[in-house]
Design a protein around this ligand. Sequence first.
Ligand code: HSE
Length: 441
Amino acid sequence: MGFKIGLLGLGTVGTGTAKILLDPVQRHPLVKELELYRVGVKSLEKPRSLELPPEIVTTDLEAIVTDPAVDIVVEVIGGLEPARSLILKAIEHGKHVVTANKAAIARFGDEIFTAATKAGVYVLLEAAVGGGIPVIEPLKQSLCSNRINAVMGIVNGTTNYILTRMQNEGADFADVLADAQRLGYAEADPTADVDGLDAADKIAILASLAFGGRIKLSEVHCEGIRQISAADIAYAEKLGFVIKLIAIAKRDSQLSSELEQLQVRVHPTLVPKTHPLASVNDVYNAILIEGDPIGQVMFFGPGAGAGPTASAVVSDMLNIAAILKVERGNSKQANGTPLLDPLLACSHQHYCAIAPIAELSTRFYARFLTKDTPGVIGKLGTCFGNHEVSLESVVQTDVRGDVAEIVVVTHDVREGNFRQALAEIQAMDAIASIPSTLRAL
Ligand code: HSE
């Protein structure tokens, strides 16, 4: 018996989500048990990239959230209404909810989680912050032994793309924004992104999880990037900084623990070039978490897009399905063995086939000490060529006495071929030694 999914929304994220459910091969075995049971859309007429059985698609979203057969409602329509009402109605009808909706959670989280606790259902939201980057579940689970002291990050891809281009091109904000809109990297109405509001929603959610309390969005200080000029970026660069839109939530360490307050803010920030967040460029997101005793951990990846966001949505669905499976299974296990959570327990018995290292295809670096005589580089090249090892670069780096140092980097080659060529090269009169060979990415 599988788990019936009611998917609300078939836009970018909804389509990405449906695609994963319809193509479970080589994913966790539990994916096969997620049944795309109903899909709620605004219009049946709209042309879509994904063909679904017509009987599962409906414009009656309310019928999905109240359908007794539905186990998990997945809200990926975005926006505040009707998303909020549909989530609340689903909860009221005993459905677990998965949502990617940071705006609704940041504003109505209080109402939604109070209702969920009362109804005994889960509301999971990994996709709401950082797209495909796992950060909510690590905060809730993997890092839960830590006292979290700070969460900071680049959580808006649009502004990071604009600032990266301003940095690289020396261009002004308005010009890059216009181009980003033309290329589809920025929305026609860019307000939520460029004024920092989207990042504020996300840091409010992260702060709530990191510090274990509700956060009023109105108390999150928020500045966007409209006022950043090419001149600011150039001066920052000279001083050893890059300018990033950083969302920060941290404990205010000036205060004693009884009076402890948080700082929760979003603003353009000069980031030292050596800081881990400085090299997060383009549309990428990254979240740096400081915990005691773990220290700093950084989560980096694609913060938006169909595939990454759907990855997070389906993972939340699997977390809920695993819990439901244990609940259902334990009342039925005939052999008396307790059923374990399929995501936490080992779910396989077979051995995977591992390719022999000789079959590896990779780039190599090799350093040779040779006689400084004519034709050595030619001999190396010929020998590699005979073994189908193509060279990307060859440099003679040094000559000491009559010994020359030659370094080669190959293209991707079969390891077995590279080793055979090396064995032949090693035996050449002109070769004194091969002090090192390393694989390169
Ligand atoms: N508009 C967001 C961004 C993506 O630019 O990062 C969705 O959260």
